[in-house]
Design a protein. Structure first.
Length: 121
């Protein structure tokens, strides 16, 4: 499952992220598309796609819809804020990517370590 979480991240953040989304999701970007679509739409759409990827992988790996929703929403929210920090130049892309990878290890660890089993969902 960890491999697929990491691969899903790579797919969404690099292979499938378009150039306009990569630029327009940042508030201070100067791109013509931001005239019609605000930056937070781009950032939210990007984060939702990451949440969906995590959800698909967790559903496939566990078959547990409660966990699927929990981790998909968590990934969406956390990814949104991590990318916001990068866009605001609070840290570099290297820290951004490290934080994303740490999240995947966290999701995997919570599931495989049985932590979410002890939580009534």
């Amino acid at each position: 499952m960890l491999f697929f979480l990491l691969a899903g991240h790579a797919l969404m953040d690099f292979a499938l992220q378009t150039d306009p989304m990569a630029v327009c999701k940042c508030r201070r970007a100067n791109h013509p598309l931001q005239q019609s679509v605000p930056w937070f739409y781009w950032l939210t759409a990007h984060a939702l796609l990451h949440g969906a990827a995590v959800g698909v992988i967790i559903q496939w790996a566990t078959g547990n819809w409660n966990w699927t929703v929990l981790f998909a929403v968590a990934e969406t929210v956390v990814h949104w804020f991590i990318d916001l920090g990068k866009c605001e130049k609070l840290y570099t892309i290297h820290i951004d990517q490290a934080l994303h990878v740490l999240c995947k290890f966290l999701w995997w660890g919570l599931i495989t370590g049985g932590v979410v089993n002890s939580v009534v969902l």
